[in-house]
Design a protein around this ligand. Structure first.
Ligand SMILES: [Zn+2]
Length: 116
């Protein structure tokens, strides 16, 4: 995470889990140190919350739904998915070429991806 300081109301460009591409987000709240704790996508209204620079939860904007988890698909950090058991999640890390960590609510699960 960058050491930059942010202010409420500022716009930042980052990957949106709802849009699946980088979008402008409006900073909704920051810590005293200027770290973002909540930002909302200006395009789809998906909101992301952070703790110590790590994304801790994502709430999809009204019109957005994540695409279903597909183990043959290649995921990258920040992508959203809908898992049949765990529900809506977001890729927090690509561990190995075929393994990803996905945050579902406040729990991280390791899933496979990019399988042929
Ligand atoms: Zn969005």
């Amino acid at each position: 995470m960058k050491i930059e300081k942010f202010e409420v109301g500022e716009s930042i460009n980052m990957l949106c889990s709802g849009c699946d591409v980088e979008q402008d987000h409006t900073v909704e709240s920051v810590t005293k140190q200027g770290k973002i704790t909540k930002a909302i996508c200006q395009v789809c209204a998906t909101s992301s919350t952070f703790s110590r620079g790590v994304k801790t939860s994502v709430a999809m904007g009204g019109s957005k739904t994540a695409s279903p988890y597909d183990r043959t698909r290649k995921y990258r950090k920040g992508q959203a998915m809908l898992h049949s058991t765990f529900g809506q999640g977001e890729v927090t890390a690509v561990i190995e070429p075929h393994k990803i960590d996905v945050l579902f609510g406040d729990q991280t699960r390791r899933l496979i991806h990019s399988q042929n």
